[in-house]
Design a protein around this ligand. Structure first.
Ligand SMILES: C[S@@+](CC[C@H](N)C(=O)[O-])C[C@H]1O[C@@H](n2cnc3c(N)ncnc32)[C@H](O)[C@@H]1O
Length: 270
């Protein structure tokens, strides 16, 4: 067993925030190569070449330290998993976790989500896209950094195979409202109102932290709409608003904000 600060040893189960990350640390001769150090110059990824087989491919965008990808890859060895994040340091953690568990069905790369979908994902090729807790960016000066935009939804629709699934999750109510209204135009929107049965404590690091703070967690699992032509999709995307919502600090059930635990959130006077 390891805590956060001890280097894992062979046979260990790694714990993070009090919960195990599935899989055991294997001896080095059984480790897997999980880093995509260099993305192709111009062409899309060839999944068969990348994973050495033909299997359904799942992508986690903004995968952070890789908890969801690693967990899913351990539980679904028949499925290939790609995790990407814009931050190199978290990809280093994720890559190591997949490597030391011998997860040949995982690959991790440093990339922005929109760029990755646009440049590297063949059209109609992904079985699932997962996005857990995209940053809401509460400071209006940086709201242009929000990942989930109308153009991004179009990229998601194009990347998914027929009946492909989009998993979304957030602990920010304003972001969620925006997603409900926008994504439901292109996908068969389906909210998930209970914790994930496979991981009731949380599928990702951020979900575990948000739950422990008593924040509401919003979840959905939607399937790609098949009744839309490319022209109809473009028209829907043109009409969707940009993600300009005011992302106020998240409030937990007692009305305390995440930004300040020392005072309750101010209530509007009625
Ligand atoms: C709040 S964290 C959530 C991480 C993980 N999904 C989880 O739930 O624990 C948001 C993650 O999105 C990544 N991110 C932010 N903008 C991104 C972008 N444009 N493309 C890909 N990843 C991005 C951040 O680096 C960060 O790791």
């Amino acid at each position: 067993m390891t805590g956060n600060h001890q280097p894992p040893r062979v046979g260990d189960i790694e714990y993070e925030l009090g919960y195990p990350i599935p899989g055991h640390i294997l001896p080095p001769e059984q480790w897997a190569s999980t880093a995509v150090h260099r993305l192709p110059e111009s062409e899309a990824l060839d999944f068969q070449k990348l994973f050495g087989r033909q299997s359904p491919v799942v992508l986690d965008i903004g995968c952070g330290n890789g908890r969801f990808v690693v967990t899913s890859a351990v539980r679904r060895p028949e499925v290939d998993h790609l995790g990407i994040d814009i931050l190199p340091v978290v990809i280093r953690y994720a890559t190591r976790r997949g490597r030391q568990r011998g997860l040949h069905n995982t690959r991790f790369a440093v990339s922005g989500g929109a760029e990755f979908l646009r440049r590297y994902i063949p059209r109609g090729s992904l079985a699932e896209i997962h996005i857990y807790h995209p940053q809401p960016y509460q400071n209006p000066a940086v709201k242009h950094l929000r990942l989930l935009t109308p153009d991004f939804f179009e990229l998601v629709h194009n990347a998914l195979r027929p009946s492909g699934q989009l998993y979304l999750q957030s602990d920010n109510a304003a972001y969620w409202q925006y997603l409900q209204q926008s994504v439901s135009q292109l996908m068969n929107w389906q909210e998930v109102t209970t914790a994930w049965p496979d991981d009731p404590h949380g599928r990702s690091r951020r979900e575990i932290i948000a739950s422990s703070q008593g924040l509401p967690i919003f979840r959905s699992c939607s399937t790609r709409r098949e009744d839309l032509s490319d022209e109809q999709i473009s028209a829907i995307v043109r009409d969707l608003p940009p993600p300009d919502f005011a992302a106020s600090p998240q409030r937990n059930r007692t009305g305390w904000t995440r930004a300040s635990k020392s005072r309750p959130a101010r209530r509007k006077r009625s």
